[in-house]
Design a protein around this ligand. Structure first.
Ligand code: PA5
Length: 454
């Protein structure tokens, strides 16, 4: 069984000036508990679905992967935001570094993978150049079925397949809402296979549905184990989750505007990008549930140790007191690479040290330096990164963020602020029904030449 623990010493008054007092912590633990009760009620009523994903029957996903074994050299995921970031976190965390560069046998005969998220022709062009349509599976993922970037990249891939006269049924699958949306209609039109995102699971809470799990299974990740880790969190992670929620809530309500997540492992870089979306979109809200203007939220920042010690740390230690930092530590690592510093005097101190010890030593040194400067932090310690612990971390953070929204009376499951820009884009592109939005855009997009330098 993998272990996850929480060390919040350096968030507390006992260790840093202005740290949290025990009374304050207790007060916010009570709030977190109330949030958990409300969240559980929403889950029981079927309003919120992400916790129940651990009980999903994934045999259809596993059968699909089994039937397609050896048939594909490349898998292209077409999706953006919640439809791609979870998969990227999984592959970055669990597959070998440079996986796509490995030979087929070194990849265990699993396909390479590509993520078509941005509508950036440079990226899309090169993905297609790498792939042979006859040996490629594309998975188009969109819960709403209408996201413009996904629609556009899908159209490119659809045309590419047709130009090469491949049978779409063997090369294209979709993941979308079970009944609604354009992608669901297209599934019917093209008669292709589709997997579903449950309607009560929002995009950024969907990593443990087919959205994250199907592509992950196709590249050889043990998705059953990911769900086991997530389920383990639900049954055993309560203390860590409530304490983290309480601490984040204290620093949020104290006005710390920046929430840094800093894993000490390059393998968790994409996890912090996934976290950024989860935190930013869920908690950044203008209105609370009673319609009051609250401008709630804090800015998530993903950093990676040790890399960002040479980029961001100066600011974290000596800049404004506007940040709270969460470190992620891996206790055990996959490889032991020993250093031989015996041949050069100034490197002697590294002799006999291995890279893992150096990495974690730098983490402890950074924590201490920040503590000395009274900068609050806490640390999630994961004994070893694998499918199980990734599942745990995904579920932990989804619970924390959802609960923070609930206890602050905002909706952590919608994203009204994203809609306006989307609607303007539809208007500019003359989408039917968006004329008013085009006109509104034209009025807001007016610019004075006086303020343009050429
Ligand atoms: O969390 C969300 O709902 C969003 O960030 C979506 O994941 C993102 O906009 C993509 O949406 P869709 O899956 O509908 O294409």
């Amino acid at each position: 069984m993998r272990k996850v623990s929480l060390d919040y010493n350096f968030a507390m008054r006992e260790h840093i000036t202005d740290g949290i007092t025990s009374e304050e912590l207790n007060e916010h633990l009570n709030l977190a508990n109330e949030g958990l009760i409300k969240l559980s009620q929403m889950v029981e009523k079927g309003e919120v679905g992400f916790p129940k994903l651990v009980e999903s029957d994934i045999s259809d996903l596993l059968n699909f992967v089994k039937e397609g074994a050896g048939r594909y050299d490349d898998v292209i995921v077409i999706g953006i935001g919640g439809s791609s970031l979870g998969f990227e976190a999984i592959t970055n965390g669990l597959l070998p570094y440079g996986y796509n560069c490995l030979s087929k046998d070194k990849r265990g005969f699993f396909p390479r993978f590509w993520v078509m998220d941005n509508v950036d022709s440079f990226k899309v062009y090169w993905i297609l150049k790498h792939c042979d349509p006859d040996r490629t599976l594309a998975i188009v993922i969109s819960k709403s079925g209408s996201t413009v970037e996904t629609a556009a990249n899908f159209l490119i891939v659809y045309k590419w397949f047709n130009e090469h006269a491949v049978d779409l049924k063997d090369h294209l699958v979709a993941i979308t809402d079970p009944v609604k949306g354009d992608l669901r209609k297209i599934v019917g039109m093209l008669n292709i296979l589709a997997f579903t995102v449950p309607p009560n699971v929002g995009g950024r809470y969907s990593v443990l549905s087919a959205v994250g799990l199907l592509p992950a299974a196709l590249v050889g990740v043990d998705i059953k184990r990911i769900l086991e880790g997530a389920a383990y969190f639900i049954h055993n992670g309560k203390n860590i989750y409530l304490t983290m929620t309480a601490i984040y809530n204290i620093y949020l309500t104290r006005g710390k505007n920046i929430n840094v997540i800093m894993p000490y492992s390059s393998r968790l870089k994409s996890f912090s990008e996934w976290f950024n979306q989860l935190w930013g979109e869920s908690l950044g809200k203008r209105y609370d549930l009673s319609g009051r203007e609250v401008y709630f939220g804090s800015t998530p920042v993903g950093a990676v140790g040790t890399i960002d010690q040479h980029s961001q740390l100066q600011l974290y230690k000596e800049g404004p007191f506007d940040k709270f930092i969460t470190f992620l530590e891996l206790s055990k690592h996959d490889f032991n690479l020993d250093l031989d510093g015996s041949w050069y005097e100034n490197y002697n101190y590294l002799d006999g040290v291995d890279l893992n010890r150096l990495l974690n030593t730098e983490l402890y040194a950074t924590e201490a330096a920040l503590k000395k400067a009274s900068r609050a932090s806490m640390k999630v310690v994961v004994d070893y990164l694998d499918e199980f612990s990734m599942g745990y971390l995904f579920m932990l953070y989804q619970y924390v963020v959802a609960t923070l929204g609930i206890i602050n009376n905002i909706n952590p499951f919608d994203q009204p602020g994203v809609e306006e820009g989307k609607d303007y884009a539809y208007g500019i592109l003359n989408r039917k029904g968006y004329d008013e939005k085009r006109k509104e855009f034209e009025s807001f997009n007016r610019r004075d030449r006086d303020f343009i330098i050429e």
